[in-house]
Write a protein that binds this ligand. Structure first.
Ligand code: GRF
Length: 184
């Protein structure tokens, strides 16, 4: 059973739903985002856990973890979730993340802009286990994407998204099949 954490448009959540993976709960730190509408359309229970409603991020993460637990979640997938997870949360579930670069290159915010700014010839997509760092943790799958002359953040991100929508469901399926045994 998968819990998906989202903060934005949720196209990767949609890819997991379209792949008929067992998504049983969707949680967000931000109300009103498109990803929550996707959960609603798919009749998947969804909840919002804004940090400002709690004493600190650790307390928010504990409430979110309790809610995911109550929905039978065994694996957490961060799909465009824009906050770091606290140690307590990471200790309760294996957590996967999808990131639009070939990590360890271009971690953090605006990975696509960073790759263009650096004049890189290629970038790509990484699916990895999460630890407490920013886009660190053992890599599960990576796929390169060539950067073309005249690429903008939008055009490059569109090609990266297409790869993400295939690579993330594949990696999650492998994990659920027991083909990826480790967690950090
Ligand atoms: C993706 O590019 C993902 O790699 C990054 O945030 C973006 C989320 O897109 N972590 P979406 O919300 O799944 O459409």
């Amino acid at each position: 059973m998968i819990g998906v954490l989202v903060s934005g448009t949720g196209t990767n959540l949609q890819a997991l739903l379209d792949a008929r993976l067992p998504v049983t709960a969707v949680a967000s730190n931000t109300a009103g985002v498109q990803a929550l509408q996707r959960a609603e359309r798919a009749s998947v229970p969804a909840a919002v856990f804004p940090e400002k409603d709690y004493a600190d991020r650790a307390e928010r993460d504990e409430a979110m973890a309790d809610w995911l637990d109550a929905h039978g979640v065994e694996l957490v997938v961060c799909a465009g979730y824009m906050q770091l997870l606290s140690r307590g949360f990471l200790g309760r579930f294996p957590c996967l993340n999808v990131h639009p670069s070939l990590l360890p290159a271009f971690p953090g915010l605006d990975a696509v802009g960073q790759a263009l700014e650096a004049g890189a010839k290629e970038t790509g997509v990484t699916v990895h286990f999460l630890d407490e760092g920013v886009d660190t943790g053992p890599v599960i799958a990576q796929e390169p994407v060539a950067i073309e002359a005249g690429d903008t953040v939008e055009s490059l991100h569109e090609r990266l998204h297409a790869v993400e929508h295939r690579l993330l469901p594949e990696a999650v399926s492998l994990y659920l099949a027991g083909a990826i045994s480790s967690r950090p």
